[in-house]
Design a protein around this ligand. Sequence first.
Ligand code: FES
Length: 135
Amino acid sequence: MGSHRVVKTADLPVGKRQIVYLEGRSIGVFNVNGTYCAIRNSCPHQGAPLCLGTVTGMTLPSLPTHPGEYLYGREGEILRCPWHGWEFDLTNGKSIYDPNKCLVKSYEVTVEPEESPGIETFPVTLEKGWVVVHI
Ligand code: FES
């Protein structure tokens, strides 16, 4: 288990994904509305390459004051398996239909600043960085 630089933040804009191989595992790294998330690229149903699926939103439950009125939300947070359509929350790997029993492994992701390449140092502001996956 370790930390691995996988992609520069500039190369992974909102809504995009990168599939990487780390320590023998295929892992999908996603930019979910500005937050980086990583999940195992294997569907718990029948092992499909889950991270190749469609990123979408979902229908939200109706409000108690408006029964029968359903809203669409969470755009960009839901990953739909390409084989049979099971849906997972990209932010935690839990399935939508049974989040406590059916889930895919998720990994901690941090963003770390790029190092300055020179010997001299200068004031730096963070505009770019690395997405780092901790497995
Ligand atoms: S393999 Fe993913 S839903 Fe069946």
